[in-house]
Design a protein around this ligand. Structure first.
Ligand code: SF4
Length: 391
């Protein structure tokens, strides 16, 4: 499964503040997050897509191939594949090859347990980046994954991407209780040859609502993660070569980057495009297409690939009330957060929560709060380089 990284929304200057050797190769190209299947070899406690061995839901290959062609035509320059466990999807190399031939960068997020030469070799040539889920020290990781020895097994599988020279990083699910394990995860990443650790906040969706209802990190925990990432950057990165990024924005970043977080509305001629309003586009295994994040209310979704191709869904969506509703949700979220004392936030989660509250799109014209004066880009790690798909 995947959640939504923030990197697509941050200015290149934040990315470029990273050492050049660790700057993402992707720029800030809009990203398609594709879930080919919800089938998985695990049934993790925090899985927000409720994937597992008994889940068969899979998106037909022709629908995904058509959607990839359309996504490239709509301006999406990255494909992030997750699931379920994408290594269980046999046509994975076909999708990756198609995306690369369309000029897209590609990433796969995996629990790593199923990495074998037979699975790895057909997809490695088409893979820009691999993301491996590592959720803490062995005891915590194995408990969350529901499998004793899972972390050791995963780490042992990383010889394959190491040998092929494919860049890979870890994704760490931040809860209310595990920030103290981040340093060990960064150390593990360094030992394994990973070049980054992406800290992604737990969202309460799917199985997590039942198993981890009290574990979603609050604003103070997000701030602690931002501070810890900065501390680790100073203490470890120079010597270990591992970049640590947090999918959260500080209050200062929220204020500085409004133009990145709230799409311009009304859009400049020739009008709004899907990729500017939704720099992240989620294609679920059931065929539903969602802007930004899986937690938005249905009134903002594009519809199903089982009914229409992506180009047609995009045209229908752009002609309807949903774009205005989405922009309004972003604008209201930004106004609420920046007028609060909240020190940090996971942006997409906040937008989704507010959109759920207001439920239906509002009619035009919009009354957006005025833009603040341009602020200098700041430091921090939030969101930079996070273009893989957390799970
Ligand atoms: S979190 Fe990832 S590995 Fe775990 S059940 Fe969900 S899809 Fe599978």
């Amino acid at each position: 499964m995947m959640a939504t990284p923030l990197r697509q929304l941050l200015p290149a200057t934040d990315v470029l503040r990273q050492p050049a050797s660790h700057a993402s190769p992707t720029g800030v190209a809009p990203i398609v997050q594709l879930h080919p299947t919800r089938r998985c070899n695990l049934a993790c406690a925090h899985c927000y897509t409720s994937s597992g061995p008994q889940v068969a839901e899979t998106l037909p290959l022709p629908l995904m191939q058509g959607a990839l062609d359309d996504a490239a035509a709509l301006g999406y320059g990255q494909l992030a594949l997750s699931g379920g466990e994408p290594l269980l999807y046999e046509a994975l190399p076909l999708l990756l090859r198609q995306a690369r031939r369309l000029g897209m960068l590609t990433s796969v997020t995996s629990n790593g347990l199923l990495l074998t030469p037979a699975r790895w070799e057909p997809l490695a040539p088409w893979l820009s980046r691999l993301a491996i889920s590592v959720d803490g020290r062995a005891a915590s990781h194995d408990r969350l994954r529901g499998q004793p020895g899972a972390l050791d097994k995963t780490l042992n599988k990383l010889a394959l991407p190491r040998a092929s020279g494919t860049p890979f990083g870890f994704i760490f699910t931040l809860t209310q209780y595990n920030i103290d394990e981040l340093e060990d995860v960064v150390q593990l990443a360094a030992e394994a040859g990973a070049d980054s650790v992406q800290v992604h906040p737990l969202t309460l969706h799917g199985r997590a609502t039942q198993t981890l209802a009290d574990a979603r990190p609050d604003a103070m925990e997000l701030l602690a993660a931002l501070i810890e990432a900065q501390r680790l950057a100073i203490a470890l990165s120079a010597s270990h070569g591992v970049q640590v990024h947090v999918d959260a924005l500080s209050q200062r970043q929220l204020r500085a980057y409004r133009e990145r977080l709230v799409p311009a509305w009304p859009a400049e001629p020739p009008g709004p495009t899907l990729s500017t309003l939704a720099p992240v586009l989620v294609l679920q295994a059931d065929g539903q297409v969602l802007p930004l994040t899986h937690e938005l209310p249905r009134s903002l979704w594009l519809g199903s690939l089982h009914e229409q191709g992506l180009l047609a869904l995009a045209a229908r969506w752009l002609a309807g009330p949903a774009p205005a509703g989405l922009v309004q949700a972003c604008a209201d979220t930004w106004a609420a957060l920046t007028s609060s004392e909240q020190p940090a936030a996971y942006w997409y989660d906040e937008v989704a929560a507010l959109a759920q509250r207001i439920e239906a799109p509002r009619p035009q014209p919009l009354r957006l709060v005025p833009r603040p004066a341009a602020a200098p880009f700041g430091s921090a790690h939030a969101g930079a380089q996070n273009w893989s798909a957390p799970r």
